[in-house]
Design a protein around this ligand. Sequence first.
Ligand SMILES: Nc1ncnc2c1ncn2[C@@H]1O[C@H](COP(=O)(O)OP(=O)(O)OP(=O)(O)O)[C@@H](O)[C@H]1O
Ligand SMILES: [Mg+2]
Length: 506
Amino acid sequence: MPALEVVGISKRFGGQRALNDVSFTANRGEVHCLLGHNGSGKSTLIKVLAGFHQPDGDGRLLVDGASVPFGSPVEAHQHGLRFVHQDLALIEKLSVTDNLALGGTYIGKRWLSSRRENRGAEEVMRRLGITDVPVATPLARLSASQRAMTAIVRAVSQGGLPSVLVCDEPTASLSENEKERLFSLLRALRDRGVAIIYVTHRLHEVFQIGDHVTVLRDGRNVVDSLPVTSLDHGSLVAAILGREPEAFYTTPPAPSLEPVIEVEGLAGERVRDLSVTVHAGEIVGLVGLMGSGVEEALPLIFGAGATTAGEVRVRGRTLKPGHPDDAVDAGLVYVPGDRKRLGGFAHWPLSSNITVSSIPSVGPMKWLSRRRERASVLTYLTSFGVMPASPKAIFSTLSGGNQQKVVIARTQHSGATAVLVEDPTAGVDVGAKPAIYAALARIAGAGGAILLMTSDYEEASMICDRVIVLSAGLPVAWLSGDALTPDSILTASLRAHSDDGATADA
Ligand SMILES: Nc1ncnc2c1ncn2[C@@H]1O[C@H](COP(=O)(O)OP(=O)(O)OP(=O)(O)O)[C@@H](O)[C@H]1O
Ligand SMILES: [Mg+2]
């Protein structure tokens, strides 16, 4: 008997069909990959399973053969469905222990966790093979993979092992090494008989962890529960897009000697001594394992971290440490990786989300002209493949990947020439990545300078002129030309890591 049977589920939002007669089945002890382009309906389907959305028409949902009524999160939970949503739904200010206790039953009832409750949380983690998540620490201070693991542990520790665990893009911003740890956790759960539904845009992961695959395209399932062994990368891309992907070509911008972003001896909490110069026309990559300081680097440069030493100059102007407003004045643009926390204005239409950074340069008369704004915005929405390509659409109703495209479109629209950007394609589908790479190449081609923090080593090797590998807060490898490949990045970061003797995160 399948663990999960989804039969004929449909869902409309206004005139738009987010799901159109979707069916698939998943078995216990397997990882079932749910794939599809941005806006294809994956998260909507998951929210229907979770009882958050009521579907239209007469679809059915069965768990271990028992019918689950729609529209009730409590019933979904009682039938053994558990969820890790795209935004993880954790509370940043609370500790790991408190987050595990939220809505759960296994741990104490008080809000502030005591030592005993922390021990309980540690024990829950340990039973799942996790020993390096500090449970008393607020989520805000943990790495992306520690947060993702907390979300998964919370989901599976509430009321016994579930029949079905649904994970909506838990690895969107994790690097290769961090992902391995998450995969071990998922494999352990799978081997204990849980059916895992796994959403990702990183197609090589399908072959690392997947057993079966279902693909949604425009709300319909075009692949229904096929074994991974019957598919390859090309057939997945074709199923997801329904067409060939565009090739990504970039002509390297002419090298320039003009320094645009200069970082000298910068130090913060994790970063110990970072110096890097990005010249006009250059894209420089910054990569590293979690804990290497790579996550802190760009906020620190932007003045949004606790700088303890060093200096940042933008086109010769020295920035005041700890003053992001001064960085903005100097023309530095920061595109954070966590689009949910810092990226978009949820209740604004797409038009305002794209033009918001450009208002000063557009002038008082022009920005009053809504119609003109919408026309220029439409061009951007179309070129980035945002769906729906409607300037009036409200940001928060877009799918995760489409929100990400809007945030990047804004950067290009603002005419920025000194840009710090984190993981610009996290959660972006295989069809839309070329548009984002082309936008970054256009900014560089027009004499801009880009410092890119990325967890995607293939992306780093493809679009960067140079890549700097950080370890233990220090740059340890500089890669360029033929020496710059995904493998060389991985090797450099692992080697540096083991040289430090810092093995806790490996
Ligand atoms: N609350 C809502 N109101 C209006 N439209 C919505 C709402 N939620 C989702 N949609 C629309 O439904 C469609 C499917 O969105 P969904 O979030 O399910 O996509 P997805 O496959 O998860 O994409 P991604 O990979 O980008 O996360 C999109 O066109 C989206 O704009
Ligand atoms: Mg989604």
